[in-house]
Design a protein around this ligand. Structure first.
Ligand SMILES: [Zn+2]
Length: 423
């Protein structure tokens, strides 16, 4: 159904594609009428109806897609209105997916356009729901939701590549963004690239307490150290203006003391809420790129992105496109377990804390088992109670060296295989 660049040598990739398009070497074989038909009949699912989702939906409709579904579990807030341009102040409180679909249909952005909205979480839909689409486009701000849909789409593909649905993923952060085309089980998947996500910025407590150099250090000092000291047991609420004013004034006094510039109310709010500004035009650029990839895939008009495009507008502007490789030990699309070395003297609780902190695993509430025994399960409660005693036992008692441990999380349709080497 789609074309690829000629320098692509992956045989499974090649077996999927036909190099036919108006802008490549098979011009004569390209049938624009057929392309128009596939465009009109392709079913596209848009996940997320926020800043990116609004743009993607509008772009798809104007590009000529006719059968679009959009899914989102959020309702509209006042703070969305500056960039989520399908919403008006009268829509505040209503489901984003419904309002976005109504708006685009009302404006008749395309004849015979059908947009079906789904006001729910993606996890609430069964596999059969996802199977009906030709392309899935994600405009999400949540890593967890991306991991979930990625694993779901990988699980739909059989060994003959039947059931393959491309996942086109857009993401933005301030002036930066990326778009990527994931062909589940063929190219690297979302999980393969989990270690590329920048962890939340944290500052060492000793710097915050003793040697602040940045305005952020002063805000962190006020929030992490001063607030609990002054108001023990009271939760800080960034949406209450008297709380925020106190935080700003406290951080500002500290900044003056250490001769640091730049503590403003906006910065204070940004640090305490960990806000990265959403920029409408970055969303527009990334959404357009995602929509173009969907168009190229569906109509076979041009080679699709292979497979990762980074856009940066932070310092001047540049884009960089490269092919991210698959990871053989990816827990979703790979066949090999991931090796992990830990001291045998650790108890199971230490081990669980260790894997929770590991960035390339990022499993928040793990349950663990080996091929023969349950090590620790979070649910149901009876099993939790039964396995709880293992938390205090040493790994060397529970596991053989090089034994495989299966880690799962109820929030993710993933079982991670860890080969545990005991030191
Ligand atoms: Zn993968």
């Amino acid at each position: 159904m789609f074309s690829i660049q000629n320098n692509q040598h992956d045989s499974s990739y090649l077996s999927l594609v036909s190099n036919v398009g108006p802008f490549n070497e098979f011009i004569d074989e390209y049938d624009p009428n057929e392309a128009f038909n596939t465009l009109s009949n392709a079913r596209v699912l848009v996940i997320g109806a926020g800043g990116l989702g609004c743009e993607i939906l509008k772009d798809l409709a104007l590009t000529g897609f006719k059968k679009i579904d959009i899914i989102d579990a959020d309702t509209i807030e006042v703070s969305n209105l500056n960039r989520q341009f399908l919403f008006r102040s009268g829509d505040v409180g209503r489901p984003k997916a419904e309002v976005a679909a109504e708006f685009v249909k009302r404006k008749s952005m395309g004849k015979n356009l059908s947009i079906v909205s789904h006001y729910c979480r993606i996890q609430d839909k069964p596999q059969s729901f996802y199977k009906q689409f030709d392309v899935v486009i994600c405009g999400l701000d949540s890593v967890e939701a991306r991991r979930w849909i990625n694993a779901t789409l990988v699980s739909l593909v059989d060994s003959n590549l039947n059931g393959l649905i491309p996942m086109i993923d857009g993401g933005t952060e301030g002036f930066r963004g990326q778009s990527r085309v994931i062909l589940p089980t063929v190219t690297s998947c979302y999980e393969c690239t989990l270690d590329m996500i920048t962890p939340k910025t944290t500052y060492p407590v000793c710097t915050i307490a003793n040697t602040p150099r940045l305005p952020e250090h002063c805000v962190e000092w006020a929030s992490v150290l001063e607030w609990p000291r002054r108001f023990p047991g009271k939760k800080f609420d960034p949406d209450l203006s008297e709380h925020l004013d106190w935080m700003y004034e406290t951080a500002h006094r500290r900044a003056i003391h250490f001769k640091i510039d730049g503590v403003t109310k906006e910065l204070t709010l940004g640090v305490v809420k960990n806000i990265i500004p959403a920029i409408a035009s970055t969303n527009a650029i990334i959404a357009a790129s995602c929509c173009n990839e969907a168009f190229k895939y569906v109509t076979s008009s041009n080679p699709i992105l292979n497979n990762y495009m980074m856009y940066s507008g932070d310092y001047s502007i540049f884009t960089y496109t490269y092919s991210h490789a698959r990871k053989p030990n990816c827990p979703v699309c790979g066949n090999h377990p991931k090796t992990i070395k830990v001291p045998g003297s650790w108890d199971l609780r230490d081990f669980i804390e260790h894997i929770k902190e590991k960035h390339d695993i990022s499993i928040g509430t793990p349950s663990l088992a080996t091929a023969t025994k349950q090590l620790y399960f979070r649910s149901p409660p009876s099993l939790e109670e039964f396995t709880r005693k293992n938390l205090g036992r040493k790994l060397s008692e529970l596991l053989d060296d090089n034994e495989e441990v299966i880690v799962s999380d109820p929030k993710l349709p993933i079982s991670l295989r860890l080969l545990v080497k005991l030191e």
